[in-house]
Unconditional design. Structure first.
Length: 188
C-alpha cells in the first residue's frame, strides 16, 4: 500500500509541475495589464494627437519593456521556475519589437513615408512578433498577432477612431484572459 501511495504522490507532483509549466508560459498578469494600458493610451492618442502619441509610444515603450522584463523575472522567481536560458529567449523575442520599430522607422525615413503609414507598418511588424510569441510562449498571442496584422491594414478603411478601436480590441485581448487564470489555479 505504501508503494501505491508513493506512486500516487509522484504522479500528482508531475501533474502539478506540468500545470505550473503551462501557466508559466502565459504572460504574467501585471505585464498583460501594463501592455494593455500602454496600447489603449498610445493608440487612442494616435487618433487625437500624433505628436503626443509618438512621444508616449517611444518613451512608454522603453519603460514598459523594462517593467515587463522585471515583472516577468519576479514572477518566474516567485514560482520557483526562473531559468536564465528561458528568460533570455523571452527577452530576445519581446525585445525584437524594439528592433522592428527601429527598422521600420529607418526605412520610413529613407523612403519619406507618412506617419500613419509608418504606424501601420510598425503594428504589422508587432503583429508578426505577437503571433510568433503565441507559437513559442503564450497561446493567446496566436490570435492577437493576426488581429494586429489585419488591424494594421484595416486602419486605412476605418473613417474615424480606427486606432482607438484597434487599441481597445488588443487591450481586451490582453486583459480578458487574465480574468480566468485564478479559476485554473484553484482546480490544482
Amino acid at each position: 500500500m505504501s508503494q501505491i501511495h508513493q506512486v500516487s504522490e509522484d504522479l500528482q507532483y508531475v501533474r502539478q509541475a506540468i500545470g505550473r509549466r503551462e501557466r508559466s508560459q502565459q504572460i504574467p498578469t501585471p505585464v498583460a495589464w501594463t501592455v494593455a494600458v500602454y496600447v489603449l493610451i498610445g493608440y487612442t492618442l494616435l487618433d487625437f494627437n500624433t505628436r503626443w502619441a509618438s512621444l508616449f509610444l517611444c518613451v512608454g515603450g522603453v519603460v514598459m519593456g523594462l517593467c515587463g522584463w522585471l515583472s516577468g523575472q519576479k514572477a518566474a522567481k516567485r514560482a520557483g521556475e526562473y531559468d536564465r536560458v528561458e528568460a533570455r529567449k523571452h527577452a530576445l523575442h519581446w525585445g525584437s519589437i524594439f528592433l522592428a520599430v527601429i527598422g521600420v522607422i529607418a526605412l520610413a525615413v529613407s523612403r519619406g513615408l507618412e506617419g500613419n503609414i509608418v504606424g501601420q507598418f510598425i503594428v504589422l511588424a508587432i503583429g508578426i512578433i505577437y503571433f510568433l510569441g503565441g507559437v513559442h510562449f503564450d497561446r493567446n498571442f496566436l490570435w492577437l498577432g493576426p488581429v494586429l496584422m489585419v488591424g494594421a491594414v484595416a486602419i486605412s478603411y476605418v473613417p474615424r477612431y480606427g486606432w482607438t478601436s484597434l487599441g481597445v480590441l488588443i487591450a481586451l485581448g490582453l486583459v480578458v484572459p487574465t480574468w480566468f487564470r485564478g479559476n485554473a489555479r484553484q482546480v490544482d
